[in-house]
Design a protein around this ligand. Structure first.
Ligand code: SF4
Length: 315
């Protein structure tokens, strides 16, 4: 077992790039992985354009070297550490159909009698009290262990099968709580960057809007699979709108208010990003200048959900 290595994918204001095959493979053991990452980081630290924020990305360094030359430099660096780690040539890609594992909800583990419980954290934000309640939940059911997902949710591993019912009935996962182990296909798959509340670069508020609008959409339509809606407050795309089913990026908008065209918080909308074996970046927005108000944004999103994702009205 091991890993083919892809390098350099990134999102930024100036450029969005897919990662490229590095031509390298490493075994799946800790020493190999740590040594390999250390070698790349050392080269990046000492040779990249770190003073120019827009060019301080690994992709620019890979392009400056050329993929083959970069591969040679990484192998030389790894060998210089003298740890016996061997970087090999890239292995043939997996041809089996890749199906992404569902991370939310209750799922059996390989270990008999154990399950993992995925808990939805709306827009990836927790209050202090919620953090403490979830930590108590982990102490009680998963030996104090919590894992975080890239979708900003939580996994409680190694829960005893016989304790699941009791765990799901805890108030922190109940009706009055923001968290749940069985959210809807829309609200359960929202990702959001920090946004205007704490980020000085943001053009819009993201997390509050992301949570509120996903609930509204969940009330309005039914979908038959998870729909990944990502929010990002500015073109830096920390919320990675280009990989989302639907990506919402903060931007300017104008709206008629009391007979006058006024500047209001708005967004661009991206559709059709994919992750996994068949990954694809949605580079261009399908709509721009959409006001963030529910009366403007909700009908636009419902329309996209129906046309592109087969959503149907709930009532
Ligand atoms: S994408 Fe979000 S978190 Fe990133 S810089 Fe922009 S507003 Fe800030």
């Amino acid at each position: 077992m091991g890993f083919n290595i892809v390098l350099g994918g990134f999102m930024s204001i100036k450029r969005v790039a897919e990662s490229v095959d590095s031509g390298m493979w490493i075994p799946a053991d800790r020493e190999s992985v740590v040594t390999f990452c250390e070698a790349i980081l050392r080269i990046f630290r000492d040779e990249s354009e770190r003073k120019n924020r827009q060019a301080a990305r690994l992709m620019f360094l890979v392009e400056k070297y050329g993929v083959e030359e970069f591969k040679a430099a990484v192998i030389k660096e790894v060998e210089s550490y003298g740890r016996g780690v061997k970087v090999q040539d890239q292995q043939p890609r997996e041809t089996d159909v890749f199906e992404r594992r569902e991370l939310l909800g209750v799922h059996p583990q390989k270990q008999e009698g154990k399950v993992r419980v995925g808990v939805h954290v709306p827009a990836g934000r927790l209050s202090q009290t919620e953090c403490r309640d979830l930590a108590d939940l982990a102490d009680k059911y998963s030996a104090g262990e919590i894992r975080m997902t890239v979708e900003q949710n939580l996994i409680f591993p190694n829960v005893d099968e016989g304790k699941v019912k009791e765990m799901l009935a805890e108030p922190v996962l109940g009706k009055g709580s923001r968290m749940s182990a069985s959210p809807g296909f829309i609200e359960g798959n929202v990702v959001s960057c920090t946004g205007a509340q704490f980020c000085g670069l943001a053009l819009i508020e993201t997390k509050g809007n992301a949570e509120a609008l996903s609930k509204k959409l969940e009330d309005l339509v039914t979908v038959d699979r998870p729909i990944r809606i990502h929010w990002t407050g500015c073109p830096n795309s920390c919320g990675q709108v280009q990989v989302a089913d639907i990506g919402i990026m903060g931007g300017p908008a104008r709206k008629e208010i009391d007979g006058k065209k006024m500047a209001v918080p708005g967004c661009k909308i991206f559709v059709g990003g994919r992750i996994g074996e068949d990954a694809h970046l949605a580079m261009e927005p399908i709509a721009s200048g959409i006001p963030l108000d529910e009366e403007d944004l909700i009908p636009t999103l419902v329309d996209i959900l129906k046309k592109e994702f087969g959503a149907v009205d709930k009532n």
